[in-house]
Write a protein of this length. Structure first.
Length: 77
């Protein structure tokens, strides 16, 4: 729906309940007390991302090979 005029009453009626809390969160393990980032944590995160991508690639390759195999069996009959 398109409204010809925009009203701030509609925007304000949404309420503040939908917004996340602005309270400070606990210290993240990535930042030490000196404010520096630990390189080992970053490397571990990069390794996890790479491992997940490799797993996804293996799943897709496995699905493609099984599709080709099933199609070959189906066409051979």
């Amino acid at each position: 729906m398109f409204y010809s005029s925009m009203s701030t009453e509609k925007i304000n009626s949404v309420g503040i309940k939908d917004f996340p809390s602005l309270a400070t969160t606990e210290k993240n393990e990535e930042v030490s007390s000196s404010g520096r980032v630990d390189i080992n944590i970053l490397l571990n995160r990069a390794r996890k991302v790479r491992a997940k991508e490799n797993f996804n690639n293996l799943v897709f390759v496995g699905l493609a090979i099984s599709l080709i195999f099933i199609t070959g069996i189906f066409l051979s009959f």
